[in-house]
Design a protein around this ligand. Structure first.
Ligand SMILES: [Zn+2]
Ligand SMILES: [Zn+2]
Length: 379
């Protein structure tokens, strides 16, 4: 079938709206009519080239690519052998496909599913074929095997999570990346507990949910660090008790709040993580404390500033996280249940909605720090 999609043909270009031909759903595949797609910063890494140039990646490239890895929709067609969902089911997408059978899935770590290894490569999860074709017959890839910036998505059933149809599809989309990633960074990975002091660096679409996670876990002090005044103002809505415009400014604040002990955990969730953020995060963290790296760093970056003597002698730890260190089929329904119970703010995350044709405007607003989360909403 034919659909309309936002396609990126190379780094440092604008998104182009194109007619794209989708194959019929093959074995284990589903066709989803998209309802909402989040303008997450991770897709911006495609635009800036932070996800690697063809030269850096040894010739392979995701371009041309349909963007978007946060989204929701309704299943309108299923291929042979699909057992997880039926036509009419509401689904959240999952940027980490989860097979349910590999060693990682079987041990409750669907976020590390073996199928995720190829999530930034070409081809369908199911059989590796190219199933999206551009107006000039070119094969088109999809971001994270999803491509939510399109009116329809052809997906593996391993990339969708069935949700309660009573829940509006905009919050469902939010939970599929930003909310699960942020909330889980605090609750699952930093293991925030009641009375903790938590510093959250970067308070956009991910960081706002780190704040929510820290609050839900009972943190006493939740310090939101962001250079953008708009995001610092919004931070209190999501649970921040204090704000600072930089980590340097936070140093004095956290020192005062903890009588010099410093933070139990520091969570790095800016749009782009760079190696020079680690040393200040290290000094914001108390002895025995935890640093969690949540945001995406440029793929080829290797250099990190870290005082190894202090790191060892103060018994600190640095942890990475993907999908908030949770399983999509566990986290998505659970977080949506909290939303229904009024324990999680999802509607408040959406600053502005856009049509698919306004996608470049939406990303410009993100670059200008005007949005906590911008969303594309389809008819
Ligand atoms: Zn994302
Ligand atoms: Zn698996």
């Amino acid at each position: 079938m034919r659909t309309r999609a936002a396609v990126l043909y190379g780094a440092n270009q604008e998104w182009q709206i194109k007619d794209v031909e989708l194959d019929a759903p093959g074995r284990g595949e589903v066709l989803v009519k998209t309802h909402a797609a989040g303008l997450c910063h991770s897709d911006e890494h495609l635009v800036t080239g932070d996800l690697g140039t063809p030269e850096e990646l040894g010739g392979s490239s995701l371009f041309p690519v349909i963007g978007g890895h946060e989204g929701s929709g309704v299943v309108i067609e299923i291929g042979e052998g699909v057992t997880d969902v039926e036509v009419g089911d509401h689904v959240a997408v999952s940027f980490v496909p989860a097979c349910g059978k590999c060693r990682w899935c079987a041990s409750g770590q669907q976020n590390l599913c073996d199928l995720g290894a190829g999530t930034l490569g070409p081809g369908m999860v199911t059989d590796g074929r190219s199933a999206h074709h551009g107006p000039d017959g070119e094969d088109i890839n999809t971001m994270a095997k999803l491509g939510t910036f399109a009116e329809h998505m052809l997906l593996s059933q391993d990339s969708v999570v069935k949700v309660d149809p009573d829940i509006p599809l905009m919050p469902v989309a939010l939970v599929s990346c930003g909310v699960a990633t942020g909330y889980g960074s605090a609750v699952n990975r930093a293991e925030v507990t009641a009375g903790d002091t938590v510093v959250v660096v970067g308070c956009g679409g991910i960081g706002s949910n780190v704040l929510q996670g820290a609050k839900a876990a009972g943190a006493k002090n939740v310090i939101a660090v962001d250079p953008a005044e708009f995001k610092r103002e919004k931070a209190s809505v999501f649970g921040a008790t204090h704000t600072a415009s930089s980590m340097e400014e936070a140093m004095e604040l956290v020192g005062g709040l903890t009588a010099g002990v410093m933070a139990d955990s520091v969570i790095l969730s800016p749009g782009v993580v760079t190696g020079d953020l680690i040393a200040p995060a290290q000094f914001l963290t108390r002895k025995g404390g935890t640093i969690v790296v949540t945001g995406l760093a440029p793929m080829m970056q290797m250099d990190v500033q870290l005082n190894l003597f202090e790191f060892a002698m103060m018994n600190k730890q640095i942890k990475g996280t993907i999908f908030g260190s949770d399983s999509p089929r566990h986290a998505v329904p659970r977080l949506l249940g909290m939303y229904q119970a009024g324990q999680l703010k999802l509607d408040e995350l959406v600053t502005r909605t856009y049509t698919l044709d306004q996608i470049n405007e939406g990303y410009q607003d993100m670059r200008d720090d005007k949005n906590i989360r911008g969303m594309i909403v389809f008819d």
